[in-house]
Design a protein around this ligand. Sequence first.
Ligand SMILES: N[C@@H](CCC(=O)N[C@@H](CS)C(=O)NCC(=O)O)C(=O)O
Length: 219
Amino acid sequence: MYLLYYSPGACSLAAHILLEELGVPFELQLRSAVKGIGTQTAQYLSINPKGRVPALLCRDGFIGEQAGVLTELPAILFYLASQSSPLRFIPDTPGESARCLEWLNWLSGTVHGLAYGQVWRPQRFVDDERLFPEVIEKGRSNVMENYRFIEQRLAARADGATYNIVHPVLLVFWMWGKWIDIDMSLHFPHWTQRIQSIIERPAVQRALITEGIAITIFK
Ligand SMILES: N[C@@H](CCC(=O)N[C@@H](CS)C(=O)NCC(=O)O)C(=O)O
């Protein structure tokens, strides 16, 4: 039995979707700053000192040789998919699984940590509030540059790789693009087409409904 700490629409949505896809038993634990139970409370920091979601707890035992939560979305996705037998949502060749890790690492470090960090958390980059607008602007341009790269990659692989642990993460970033007012269907048609098929998946629908998220493809 797994317990996933999540916030609605956060990157934890990708882990939530994968739990639904795998059909393994799990519970959700909401972390919402709006409800006063955010990621920075003393209680949550005692569970996950990083103060972020997602965090995954395996109630039936350790993950690896350590008790306590597993953090970092790429690690959680990789761990959960690795538990499936036969392997699901993760390629079974070293080359293709390395490709998945290549995507996840870049999405997590560059697109999320750097570009969205600048857009949504400029205080992590500079102390002087007067510089925030500049940092945010730079973040938006980094997001666009990263998104053009994603679009090119997806356009080059017209068949679309088989649905795997990267796709729920691509859904999250596509959705965030809309949240920061990028016209995703206009600028990124191949990515949008891929999202259309992802959101039709029953597991994705269940996760979106649970988190109270409605996704409209076109504006
Ligand atoms: N590198 C981490 C980043 C996790 C992260 O920043 N999560 C965000 C939500 S998308 C969060 O918890 N933010 C709350 C905060 O920064 O206080 C991962 O890949 O899991």
